[in-house]
Ligand binder design. Structure first.
Ligand SMILES: *Cc1c(COP(=O)(O)O)cnc(C)c1O
Length: 431
C-alpha cells in the first residue's frame, strides 16, 4: 500500500474548514471510497502528492493541461506578464490578440467575450440566447453538465450525479420549469419538446461530445439533426465546448463534426491552467451583449492579463502545431487498444468510448449512448478499479461519470505502464 499519511492529515483538517474538505465535489473521492490525495506538484505527464507518490496523469486538471504540466511556454508567458501587474480592470492588447486568435481557430466565433469559468460562459450564453430570441425556455440533455448555474442543475451529469444530486436543492421551481431535458443521441425526444413548446425555446445547449457522463460521442446525424431543428424553429444552437474546445481539434468538436453552432462556450484549455472561460458566436448575436447591446454581463477580472497571456501561449502553440492532434489521437488509441486487449484476455466485455484524447472505460457490457446507459455501469467495481489503479501509480478521475484526458506529455513508456496497471487492476477487481 502506498503511504498517504500526509494527505490523510490534510484532509482531516480540510474537513474542519471547507465543506466536504474540497473546493469542488468530485475531488473528495466520495464515489470511489478512500480519502483524496493532496497534490504538491506536477511536471509533464506526472503528478506528485504530498507524501511523495508519483502518478501518471489522466485527469490533467480536467483538460487544461493538454501539453502536460509545467509547460515552458505558459511558464515564461506568466513570468513576463506578472512584472507588468496582475490585473488592470481596463482593456489591454493581449485581450485583442486572444479574441482574434480564438475567432481564427473557431470560425463560427466572430466575436467573443471572455469570462472567468466555464460556468460563467454557459450562464451568460443562455442569458444572451434568451435576450436575443425573446424566449424563455432552454433544452438541455440528461447527463450533460454545463457548470453549476441554476438553469443547468437539472439532470446534470458529472459531479452532480456522482454525488447523487442531479437536481440541486436551492434551484427555484420557476427556474427548473424553464429547463427542458431531452435524451442525448435521441432527436425524437428533442422534437417532442420543441413541438410541445412552440415559439418558447430560446436555445438548445449540448456537449457535442458528452464528457460529463463519461465520454459519449454523438451518433451519426445527431448534431446535424439538432442544427436542422434549430433552423426550422429559429432556436439558437449552443455548443458547450468547455471540454472539447481546443481538445478534439484546433477548432473543437464543431470542426471535427462539421456542424456550425450559433453560440459556443469555452473553458478549460482556453486558460492554459488559469481560470478562464469565454462565449462567442455570430456577430449579430454577440452584439446583443452590453455595452453594444442590452444583455448585461460583466466581470472585474474578465480578460485578466495573467490569464490571457497563459491562454494565448497555449492556444497559439496548438494553432501552429496541428500535428499535436494526430499525436494525441494515436497515443490515446494505443492506450485504449491495450485496455481492450486486457479486457479480452480477462474475458471481459466492458465498453470503451473514445473521441480523440478523451475516453472512458465503462464497467458496463452494453453500448453507452446516453445517460441511462451510463448509469447502468457497475459503480462498485469502478470504485475498486479506481483504487487499484491509484495503487499502481495511475491517477484517474474518481468517478465513472467522467472522461479521462490524455496530455501530449505522455510517451510510450507511460502508455505501457498504464496498460500494465490496467491489466493488474482488472485482475484484482475480478478476484
Ligand atoms: C467543466 C465544464 C463546465 C464548467 O466549467 P467550470 O470552469 O468548471 O465552471 C461547463 N461545461 C462543460 C461541458 C464542462 O466540461
Amino acid at each position: 500500500m502506498i503511504n498517504k499519511s500526509t494527505s490523510k492529515k490534510l484532509f482531516a483538517e480540510a474537513l474542519e474548514y471547507i465543506p466536504g474538505g474540497v473546493n469542488s465535489p468530485v475531488r473528495a473521492f466520495k464515489a470511489v471510497g478512500g480519502d483524496p490525495v493532496f497534490i504538491a506538484s506536477a511536471k509533464g505527464a506526472y503528478i506528485y502528492d504530498v507524501d511523495g507518490n508519483e502518478y501518471i496523469e489522466l485527469i490533467n486538471s480536467w483538460g487544461p493541461m493538454i501539453l502536460g504540466h509545467g509547460n515552458k511556454l505558459v511558464e515564461s508567458a506568466l513570468i513576463s506578464a506578472v512584472k507588468d501587474s496582475t490585473s488592470f480592470g481596463a482593456p489591454s492588447e493581449i485581450e485583442v490578440k486572444m479574441a482574434r486568435l480564438i475567432s481564427e481557430m473557431v470560425p463560427s466565433i466572430e466575436k467573443v467575450r471572455m469570462v472567468n469559468s466555464g460556468t460563467e460562459a454557459t450562464m451568460s450564453a443562455i442569458r444572451l440566447a434568451r435576450g436575443y430570441t425573446g424566449r424563455e425556455k432552454i433544452i438541455k440533455f440528461e447527463g450533460c453538465y454545463h457548470g453549476h448555474g441554476d438553469s443547468f442543475l437539472i439532470a446534470a451529469g458529472s459531479g452532480a450525479v456522482t454525488m447523487g444530486t442531479p437536481d440541486s436543492p436551492g434551484v427555484t421551481d420557476g427556474t427548473a420549469r424553464d429547463t427542458l431535458t431531452a435524451k442525448f443521441n435521441d432527436l425524437k425526444s428533442v422534437e417532442v419538446l420543441v413541438n410541445e413548446n412552440k415559439g418558447q425555446v430560446a436555445a438548445i445547449i449540448v456537449e457535442p461530445v458528452a464528457g460529463n457522463m463519461g465520454c459519449i460521442p454523438p451518433d451519426d446525424g445527431f448534431l446535424e439533426g439538432l442544427r436542422n431543428l434549430c433552423n426550422e424553429h429559429q432556436i439558437l444552437l449552443i455548443f458547450d465546448e468547455v471540454m472539447t474546445g481546443f481538445r478534439l481539434s484546433a477548432g473543437g468538436a464543431q470542426q471535427l463534426y462539421q456542424v456550425v453552432p450559433d453560440l459556443t462556450t469555452l473553458g478549460k484549455i482556453i486558460g492554459g491552467g488559469l481560470p478562464v472561460g469565454a462565449y462567442g458566436g455570430r456577430k449579430e448575436i454577440m452584439d446583443f451583449v452590453s455595452p453594444s447591446g442590452p444583455v448585461y454581463q460583466a466581470g472585474t477580472l474578465s480578460g485578466n492579463p495573467m490569464a490571457m497571456h497563459a491562454g494565448y501561449a497555449i492556444l497559439s502553440f496548438l494553432w501552429k502545431n496541428p500535428s499535436i492532434y494526430n499525436d494525441l489521437d494515436a497515443k490515446t488509441n494505443s492506450i485504449c487498444t491495450g485496455i481492450k486487449e486486457n479486457l479480452k484476455s480477462h474475458s471481459l466485455n466492458f465498453t470503451i468510448n473514445r473521441v480523440g484524447s478523451m475516453f472512458t472505460l465503462f464497467f458496463n457490457e452494453n453500448p453507452v449512448r446516453n445517460f441511462e446507459d451510463a448509469k447502468k455501469s457497475d459503480l462498485k467495481v469502478f470504485g475498486e478499479y479506481f483504487n487499484f489503479m491509484l495503487e499502481e501509480g495511475i491517477y484517474l478521475a474518481p468517478s465513472q461519470f467522467e472522461s479521462l484526458f490524455v496530455s501530449n506529455a505522455i510517451v510510450q513508456k507511460d502508455i505501457d505502464r498504464i496498460i500494465e496497471a490496467n491489466f493488474e487492476a482488472l485482475k484484482k477487481v475480478l478476484s
